[in-house]
Design a binder for this molecule. Structure first.
Ligand SMILES: Cc1cc2nc3c(=O)[nH]c(=O)nc-3n(C[C@H](O)[C@H](O)[C@H](O)COP(=O)(O)OP(=O)(O)OC[C@H]3O[C@@H](n4cnc5c(N)ncnc54)[C@H](O)[C@@H]3O)c2cc1C
Length: 475
């Protein structure tokens, strides 16, 4: 293996996904020499799969994510490549962008901001001296690159960099969740094919898109069969006809009756009782969010690899299921498959501050808030079904939730910030991760400018910078 030493970067970001992209743009725009390291061949992560970003509108329909995300969504909307922020009675709001164009614009914005991006490059190790991160080793092709840096941002979705730096972390918490979800879970599972309980972590999944769908035909079916989209008794949130039949784009959960039929015919063996799908900007195209493998540790590459084989089998089974059983889908075809298996839950660092269930229950927006999460509590259970409960309005993330308790020179962003597993179920969605990314990049650049550790950033100054750049930190 050949070793090469790269130049010094003020800020290195591991992961060019949902939170890593805004982190890199914000860091570079605020004057830091920024390196973005992405293990795949493109930027955007789960935000570039066609899934609608949730949590940009909160339950009261306040817009709670602005800044770089709003800039990109508005630009794409102008070209008919995004729908903007639309109300959804179940998910509060949905913000769907063309996955391909999101990827292009994310790349373009990073380049324009002066970010250096290394694709097909994985984090190998983190250098820590006297408890402070001072560089990373990266693996790409037949090279090991050594890079010294001032600040490292972990946007890997698994807190891999934080783990390698020795940051304290947690994962799962089934005991705490079990009691909370058990009552709703009893009401929620309509088909007795699995045990609905908290898993070690939430299931992992692979999304895909179907093209060639006859939208009018499937909407006619929904009009005539409202039972199909009726929420389980436990949710307390329900679709309405205004949304389903008048919104330019929808994210809908339905077709349990066809799953039952297909299961009886031996055509369906996936642990789900409904499918969920979302309108894409390409006419007749829908993102399908319906595969799942339960109780997989997302940080165990062998377990994830085995599950990835299974998830591809499920993509084929679901495509055939839609084609054979679901009104409007008889001519559908597989248009694309997400570029990697996605985790809903992984390591959560132990930060200087932690967002907990109490913060969600009290709708807390702390004084040192640097990002808002406008989603509900959404826990995919082990077995079938969801624990899904409304959160009345956005909750705030304190700056300290991105700052590991025991390592300096490191910020963590995206779904692996410091939360308990209940708060994670609110903050894990893309709206919050996008806002957290921008906050992390801005904070890192501010720390560089002021010559301080990330733990000592002037939070008032950070908040002002975020707001000046269109960010939203209060409602
Ligand atoms: C199946 C599924 C459905 C979901 N549905 C929705 C939904 O409908 N709406 C919603 O808002 N949210 C949804 N979520 C949640 C949301 O998508 C994620 O929690 C969020 O995107 C996480 O953002 P992130 O930046 O932390 O991670 P990611 O977007 O996954 O980005 C991580 C990036 O880091 C890179 N990376 C990882 N490790 C390394 C490494 N060692 N070196 C270099 N690069 C690395 C990855 O390649 C990736 O690009 C869903 C999640 C899943 C899995």
């Amino acid at each position: 293996m050949e070793h090469r030493v790269l130049e010094y970067f003020d800020v290195v970001i591991i992961g060019g996904g949902t939170s890593g992209v805004p982190a890199a743009i914000a860091s570079a725009r605020n004057g830091s020499k920024t390196l973005l390291v992405e293990r795949s061949g493109s930027l955007g992560g789960l935000m570039a799969t066609g899934m609608p970003a949730l949590g940009i509108l909160d339950r009261k329909l306040n817009k709670v994510v602005g800044g770089i995300t709003e800039e990109i969504v508005n630009e794409l909307k102008e070209e008919g490549l995004a729908f903007g922020n639309l109300r959804c009675p179940l998910h509060n709001g949905i913000t769907t962008v063309s996955p391909w164009w999101y990827r292009i614009v994310a790349t373009q914005k990073c380049t324009e901001a002066g970010v250096t991006t290394l694709y097909n490059t994985s984090l190998l190790d983190v250098k820590v001296t006297d408890g402070k991160v001072c560089g990373v080793s990266l693996l790409s092709g037949n090279y090991i690159y050594e890079v010294d840096c001032g600040i490292l941002i972990d946007a890997s979705g698994d807190a891999t960099a934080a783990y390698l730096a020795g940051a304290e972390y947690e994962m799962g918490q089934p005991e705490m969740l079990e009691d909370i979800i058990s009552e709703q879970a009893k009401l929620e599972t309509r088909y007795d094919i699995g045990h609905s309980k908290a898993g070690k972590v939430q299931p992992i999944s692979l999304t895909f898109c179907l093209g060639g769908v006859n939208t009018e035909e499937f909407l006619d079916y929904l009009r005539e069969n409202p039972e199909t989209y009726k929420s389980p008794a436990g949710y307390g949130m329900h679709y309405d006809t205004e949304y389903l039949f008048n919104s330019p784009a929808i994210y809908v959960t339905c077709f349990g009756e066809f799953i039952e039929k297909a299961r009886a015919n031996g055509d369906f063996d996936i642990p789900r009782d409904r499918v969920i799908f979302a309108t894409q900007p390409n006419k007749g195209e829908y993102l399908i969010n319906a595969t799942r493998v339960v109780d997989v540790d997302p940080t165990d590459p062998i377990a994830v690899s085995q599950a990835t084989n299974e998830l591809h089998r499920q993509v084929a089974m679901l495509t055939r299921f839609f084609k054979k059983y679901c009104p409007g889908f008889s001519e559908c075809y597989l248009a694309n498959i997400g570029q990697y298996t996605g985790a809903r839950e992984s390591r959560r660092i132990v930060g200087k501050r932690t967002v907990t269930k109490h913060d969600i229950d009290t709708l807390n927006i702390p004084e040192d808030c640097i990002a808002l999460g406008g989603y509900n509590c959404d826990i995919h259970l082990s077995g079938v079904g969801l624990y899904f409960q409304p959160v009345e309005h956005a909750v705030g993330v304190p700056y300290g939730a991105m700052v590991p308790r025991n390592v300096k020179g490191l910020l963590v962003t995206g779904r692996t910030i410091s939360t308990d597993s209940y708060a994670l179920a609110v903050l894990r969605v893309m709206g919050a991760c996008l806002a957290l990314g921008e906050a992390a990049g801005t904070a890192a650049a501010l720390a560089v400018k002021d010559g301080v550790d990330v733990a000592d950033v002037d939070v008032k100054k950070l908040q002002q910078l975020l707001v000046d750049n269109g960010g939203i930190i209060s409602i």
